[in-house]
Design a protein around this ligand. Structure first.
Ligand code: NAD
Ligand code: 3DD
Length: 488
């Protein structure tokens, strides 16, 4: 029986005479339902469960304070509880305002972890939750961070920079979310002028889950702005070639169907971007027997798409006939408000990339004479935008990632691969505290170990090389650790 948090046991003093619960979820009474689904998911996450079995008794992360900023789903609940099993002291927030599964958050909170996440957060809520996940009751911060997209890492670094140069907080924000971040940092700076310098010195490293977060880390490293080491989990083969490809192959159609209940077969679908996510997304739409078109900027990926049988064209070319648009580029302004003004009536527009800037949502909302109607609320956000000429388009999840905003994201087995890498990355940081600041990848041997942990579940029987074969092909017999030049 998991301990259910009682009001008294989980209060923290915020000001003299004032205390709040050291977690914030939609409804703690959902914990029982969450625990049932966590129990089912554990059977589908052999990699994570194997790390509990292998390392649980050693407690390799004993006393390590870890903040997570990663979609608070059933699968993430098992990542969190694995970190706790390995000895960590964990606080958690989601990395998206729509991706939390409230019953999972409740189950983890009821088990004693400080979770600050609920589906349908405002942006003010979201950034305050991120701050609370980064701040222990005694005012200290984490030793390590699990990040997905880099928002927790951003808050630490921007807060730190603003303590050196407070004028940064008066800069022109450029958009509403950035203004919300600046306002939060101003409040923190007033209350505790050295907060971020104090906590940053105890942060040893961050493990970054996704492509866009890795891009941000590399940009920061190139500007020598990084305050601590970073592990690029995304580029572990058993993460990006599984989660990004097969996870999206499963969860993209799930999101579109839950949102719109629309027939996909026979429709024309435009997939923007043919990287890992685009490959899985395009395949998923082909599996639905849609006519699939791809847009790309990279000639190699464009050639791959063409050789895979997809017609490669521009968004502009597809405007007269495409029924469904999906962005998965990690870029910005891929679908513009002008594009949407020229789309077919009843076109469906969604994004499966990490951030909501792939589609020009603010510009759409500011379009002269546009009419916005809510079709479904934050449980599965669907809005209809009607243009002055009478044609309408549907925007899913307000341009945020549709598989987690309108559905439940990737299935557990896929996330087990990603999150086993996260566990290994967190242990790697803890075992290499003196590593020079930079962005690193996990050792290739670990990648293959992660794959091995998942083979039995799918009934895979691996072929064993003979010594002669190993000698001929140049791989060590104890395991075919391919040289780095191998591409998957
Ligand atoms: P990737 O770099 O492998 O692929 C992105 C592709 O988009 C590249 O091939 C690039 O050439 C192309 N591209 C860039 N700008 C473009 C433009 N203007 N038009 C057309 N194509 C363009 O990245 P990825 O791993 O596929 O990830 C894509 C996004 O999805 C990232 O933001 C990542 O963080 C996110 N992601 C989301 C999920 C999810 O569950 N929703 C899972 C994994 C990754
Ligand atoms: N992501 C997709 N499905 C998820 C789930 N069920 N739980 C947690 C996170 C989930 C997002 C991941 O694919 C993340 O690794 C990313 O965005 O790259």
């Amino acid at each position: 029986m998991n301990p259910v948090a009682t009001k008294e046991s989980r209060c923290v003093q915020t000001r003299p005479g004032e205390s709040v619960m050291d977690y914030q979820v939609k409804d703690i009474q959902l914990a029982g339902f969450g625990r049932k689904e966590i129990g089912i998911a554990e059977k589908e996450m052999p990699g994570l469960m194997a790390t509990r079995q292998k390392y649980g008794s050693e407690k390799p992360l004993q006393g390590v304070k870890i903040t997570g900023s990663l979609h608070m789903t059933v699968q993430t609940a098992i990542l969190i509880e694995t970190l706790v099993e390995l000895g960590a002291d964990v606080r958690w927030a989601s990395c998206n305002i729509f991706s939390t599964q409230d019953h999972a958050a409740a189950a983890v909170a009821a088990a004693g972890v400080s979770v600050f996440a609920w589906k349908g957060e405002t942006l003010e809520d979201y950034w305050n939750c991120t701050y609370r996940a980064l701040t222990w009751p005694d005012g200290s911060g984490p030793n390590q961070v699990v990040d997905d997209g880099g928002d927790a890492t951003l808050l630490i670094h921007l807060g730190y920079q603003a303590e050196d140069d407070p004028s940064l907080l008066d800069q022109k924000a450029g958009n509403r979310e950035k203004q919300i971040i600046l306002n939060l940092l101003k409040r923190i700076q007033r209350e505790d002028p050295h907060h971020w310098h104090r906590i940053a010195k105890d942060v040893h490293g961050v493990s970054e889950e996704t492509t866009t977060g890795v891009h941000r880390l590399i940009q920061m490293a190139e500007k020598s702005q990084l305050l601590f080491q970073a592990i690029n989990v995304n580029d572990s083969v058993t993460k990006s070639k599984f989660d990004n490809v097969y996870g999206c192959r499963h969860s993209l159609p799930d999101g579109i169907k839950r949102a719109m209940d629309v027939l996909i077969s026979g429709k024309s679908v435009m997939i923007c971007g043919y990287g890992d996510v685009g490959k899985g997304s395009a395949e998923s739409m082909r599996n639905e027997r849609a006519k699939v078109f791809v847009s790309e900027v990279d000639p190699i990926c464009a050639l791959q798409a063409s050789m895979a049988g997809f017609q490669v064209c521009t968004v502009e070319y597809a405007l007269p006939f495409a029924d469904i648009y999906v962005t998965c580029t990690g870029n910005r302004d891929v679908i513009t408000a002008k594009h949407m003004s020229q789309m077919k009536d009843q076109a469906i527009v969604c994004n499966i990339g990490h951030f909501d800037n792939e589609i020009q949502v603010a510009e759409l909302q500011a379009w002269p004479g546009i009419q916005k109607e809510e079709i479904k609320g934050s449980f599965c956000p669907v809005h209809r935008y009607t243009f002055p000429d009478g044609h309408a388009i549907y925007l899913l999840a307000e341009g945020r990632l549709v598989n987690l905003g309108c559905a439940t994201g990737h299935p557990s087995f896929v996330m087990s691969n990603s999150f086993t890498n996260q566990i290994l990355a967190q242990m790697d940081i803890h075992n290499n505290l003196d590593r020079l600041i930079g962005v690193y990848r996990l050792d290739k041997k670990l990648d293959e170990e992660v794959a091995r942990l998942h083979l039995a579940k799918l009934g895979v029987r691996l072929t064993k090389m003979s010594p002669e074969q190993a000698e001929y092909i140049g791989f060590p017999i104890e395991g075919p650790y391919k040289p780095d030049h191998y591409r998957y």
